[in-house]
Ligand binder design. Structure first.
Ligand SMILES: C[S@@+](CC[C@H](N)C(=O)[O-])C[C@H]1O[C@@H](n2cnc3c(N)ncnc32)[C@H](O)[C@@H]1O
Length: 339
């Protein structure tokens, strides 16, 4: 069931956002979501099981339903006989946003308040994020904090590369993960590709973070680091696979093209190029809301969530062959340099 709310209804939900979060947090903590997600769950049975008052629970569940997250079947006047089913994925979604290690909690640490209430001034260029954040990161602390946030949000990319591991890596020997953060993704790839070696290519300041990942994840022999700046020098050669994960969307179209062209030159003939990020859909734009807002005040980050077609077209134009889009929580675009 997909419900599109009117602007007026959406505004009511937004203005009551903290209360909606309170409802979902409570439903999760009490275990109500565990009963609701497989569903159907009757109101009288839930009231007895969770030792709550039926009429109060009915109103509480109205709050959840108003968010489009619950399907209700109310056969007659007896509210006790009303049964409910949560939309699939609700429990995981609540956990991802409110649970320990939630990305939204992590995002809240960023100095977004420098813009809050001053957006008009920011749009005119008078107010920027000028304290506590820089893109690309400038200090060791900024690098560490930024890469930690990135690693926290890598779950969908990790899941997609895991799902396609045998297809991706069975005939590959050396991967270069360009702009590969603190090496978390490379470590996960190595977990499911025992014959692969992977190097992370990143700004030199990130070296200690990759060294820590390498040590902590038990890949001392197969994981390396190559420090460099892809705007100052050519990408290193000698790899039969190259990946850009959440790297190209940081730059304008012309720069994204230039990076893909550099990858074409660097990768070996027959080499694999892999692009993975949140390709633009309404859902992903919503999940990206924090960064869209925060980066209004950071001109050096273009933050372009592009449709997947942009990349499939670009890869073909640059000369790659066999361009495919592999499914997953975030799709994976793969392409090969002709032999
Ligand atoms: C948005 S992060 C993505 C990190 C990681 N791939 C992930 O998905 O978690 C972009 C990465 O590009 C790196 N980067 C930015 N400018 C760079 C440059 N000029 N040369 C090399 N890496 C760069 C950053 O340090 C960062 O690790």
């Amino acid at each position: 069931m997909t419900v599109t709310l009117s602007p007026r209804a959406l505004m009511s939900l937004l203005v009551n956002g903290p209360k909606a979060i309170d409802v979902l947090d409570t439903a999760s903590e009490m275990g109500l979501l565990d009963a609701l997600e497989p569903g159907p769950a009757r109101l009288d049975a839930m009231a007895a099981r969770f030792e709550v008052l039926p009429l109060r629970l009915y109103k509480f569940l109205d709050c959840v339903e108003s968010l489009g997250l619950l399907i209700r079947d109310e056969p007659d006047d007896d509210i006790g006989a009303t049964s409910y089913r949560a939309v699939p994925g609700l429990r995981d979604a609540v956990d991802a946003v409110l649970g320990p290690g939630a990305t939204e909690r992590d995002r809240d640490r960023y100095p977004w308040r420098q813009l809050h209430g001053r957006l008009a001034g920011s749009l005119r260029g008078d107010v920027s994020i000028d304290d506590g954040f820089a893109w690309p990161p400038k200090t060791a602390t900024q690098s560490a904090e930024f890469e930690r946030s990135m690693a926290l949000g890598l779950g969908p990319a990790i899941e997609t590369v895991r799902r396609h591991a045998s297809r991706l890596w069975s005939d590959r020997h050396r991967l270069l993960d360009v702009g590969g953060g603190d090496g978390t993704l490379a470590a996960h790839i190595l977990d499911s590709a025992p014959a692969l070696r992977a190097d992370v290519y990143n700004l030199p300041a990130v070296a200690p973070l990759v060294a820590a990942t390498r040590a902590n994840r038990g890949h001392r022999d197969r994981m390396g680091f190559v420090g460099g700046d892809f705007f100052a020098e050519a990408l290193p050669t000698g790899y039969d696979a190259l990946s850009f994960v959440r790297v190209l969307h940081d730059w304008p179209n012309a720069v994204a093209r230039q990076l893909v062209e550099q990858a074409y030159v660097a990768v070996e003939p027959g080499g694999l190029l892999l692009i993975c990020e949140e390709f633009r859909t309404p859902d992903r734009l919503a999940m990206q809301f924090f960064w869209s807002y925060f980066l209004i005040g950071v001109d050096s980050s273009v933050s372009r969530l592009r449709e997947v077609d942009f990349y499939t077209r670009l890869l073909t134009e640059v000369g790659f062959q066999h361009v495919s889009v592999l499914p997953g929580p975030w799709e994976l675009v793969t392409a090969y340099k002709p032999i």
